[in-house]
Design a protein around this ligand. Structure first.
Ligand SMILES: Nc1ncnc2c1ncn2[C@@H]1O[C@H](COP(=O)(O)OP(=O)(O)OP(=O)(O)O)[C@@H](O)[C@H]1O
Ligand SMILES: [Mg+2]
Length: 144
């Protein structure tokens, strides 16, 4: 596996921007965690579920909200093992229009959307996003 700055990449998956792929990503993350972390020996079920939940929200956002890429792997998911944390990075083709940094709003009690990043903010130790010429990279980290 590849060593990235301050961590080890233990999974890299590319998907097209199709909502049906979000479920595949969830299954793949569980499989990779089982292999790398020997879940449930070294990781609580709760932690694993939180990683999967946060990743689902962020991947779903890249599928639904990002500009549509033509490549079959327009969205890439990278799993990184840090010393004390798991980090997940999701890259997509970037905003459709002029878009700035992401932020988690407190959802309206009767709103049916706008909860994804609020959930990520609540479950993760830290998260953020970075825009550059290649698109957007949204990341989060959880204590493992
Ligand atoms: N990868 C992304 N590319 C472009 N815009 C994004 C991306 N991720 C989030 N956003 C923007 O941030 C907003 C908030 O995202 P959030 O996931 O919290 O809510 P939502 O996707 O609108 O609804 P929900 O996740 O509850 O279905 C989105 O409506 C969208 O405008
Ligand atoms: Mg969302």
């Amino acid at each position: 596996m590849v060593t990235v700055t301050g961590g080890t990449c233990f999974g890299l998956m590319g998907i097209s921007q199709d909502a049906a792929n979000v479920g595949r990503v969830r299954a793949w993350i569980i499989e990779r965690l089982e292999e790398k972390i020997a879940f449930p020996l070294f990781m609580a079920t709760e932690t694993r579920n939180d990683i999967v939940s946060c990743a689902s929200e962020i991947v779903a956002n890249s599928v639904v909200h990002a500009a549509h890429g033509t490549r079959g792997d327009a969205v890439k998911i990278r799993l990184i093992l840090l010393r004390y944390r798991i980090r997940v990075e999701v890259t997509d083709p970037g905003p459709r229009n002029q878009g700035g940094a992401l932020h988690a709003d407190t959802p309206n009690s009767d709103a049916e959307t706008g909860r994804g990043l609020f959930i990520v903010d609540a479950l993760s130790a830290d998260w953020g996003d970075r825009l550059d010429g290649d698109g957007r990279m949204t990341w989060f980290e959880l204590e493992r």
